[in-house]
Write a protein that binds this ligand. Structure first.
Ligand code: ADP
Ligand code: MG
Length: 274
């Protein structure tokens, strides 16, 4: 993985060093690139990923997501949806290009990319790590310098508010290890949503939630003025919230389009295993 990353960095065209004539021809291109990047939140080009055991999870996937666009990724189990989200925030690194807010996903940029993105994992046990719910939900705020520690009054109030919206305020002093799966999911969601990331990456956000929390989350995502990429089996959620649907199957992007175009195409969904 490291080798691939280094190769990618060497291949990337660098700003001209030396020749003044070359330099003078570059700014115009650079300006165009900067303007284009400003409107693009996520750019994925020719992305492939194979797990160390040889499982091919992502194959030659390309798509872009505009700033503040809401996209749902759908597809059967094993389609590569979760792996794709991990590649987007740099937890995994594959072959091909991934750019987040103009930053190429590579070791050098990974810290900046994590601050711009908020990823809620499919399995909350992969996410929760602080001893108490309060500390866990407050962690992201503290990381971004928005709170000194989990106990400052302002931070506690913010944590309470976010938990309350998810009907989980009563969990605030509980141990993160001793919660039901649905409760863990609420805490994991609260911990990411509280940081209001520029780009929200949600892996099956409504799975395991009770109806009240699910309704709140749907409305929250509907009103969200940020870039959203979520994977989901909840096609009604996708229809309600997303402006664009990406359909994946067998690690490949098999179709993308507006919600009606994809979700009303029964033949396409069935052929893809949905
Ligand atoms: N840690 C892993 N090691 C090996 N294979 C994995 C691992 N995680 C997932 N896979 C495989 O990668 C493929 C894509 O998985 P995943 O991205 O989790 O699919 P989805 O989220 O669409 O259900 C599947 O074939 C899955 O079995
Ligand atoms: Mg998944």
């Amino acid at each position: 993985m490291d080798n691939r990353e280094e190769t990618a960095e060497i291949k990337r065209p660098k700003a001209a060093t030396g020749s003044p004539s070359l330099e003078s021809s570059i700014p115009a291109e650079d300006e165009t690139a900067t303007i284009a990047m400003a409107a693009t939140a996520v750019e994925v080009k020719g992305l492939s990923y194979t797990f160390p055991d040889g499982t091919v999870a992502i194959q030659d996937v390309s798509f872009t997501v505009a700033e503040k666009e809401k996209v749902a990724i759908i597809g059967p189990n094993g389609a590569g949806k979760s792996t794709l989200l991990l590649l987007l925030n740099g937890l995994l690194r594959g072959q091909g290009l991934v750019k987040i807010a103009g930053l190429e996903v590579c070791r050098r940029n990974v810290k900046a990319i994590r601050l711009k993105t908020g990823l809620v994992f499919q399995d909350p046990d992969d996410q929760l790590f602080m001893p108490t719910v309060l500390d866990d939900v407050a962690f992201g705020l503290c990381l971004r310098g928005l709170g000194r520690n989990g106990q400052s009054e302002q931070v506690v109030e913010k944590v309470k508010d976010r938990l309350k919206e998810l009907r989980a305020e009563h969990l605030i002093n509980r141990s993160t290890m001793r919660l039901s799966l649905g409760e863990k999911r609420k805490v994991a969601l609260a911990g990411v949503l509280i940081t209001e990331p520029e780009i929200l990456l949600l892996d099956e956000p409504t799975s395991g939630l009770d109806p009240a929390a699910k309704r709140w989350l749907e409305d929250y995502l509907l009103g969200l003025d940020r870039t959203l990429i979520m994977t989901t089996h909840d096609l009604e959620l996708a229809r309600k919230v997303a402006r664009r649907i990406i359909l994946m199957s067998g690690g490949r992007l098999v179709a993308e389009g507006g919600p009606e175009e994809i979700l009303d195409n029964r033949e396409l969904l069935e052929a893809s295993g949905l």
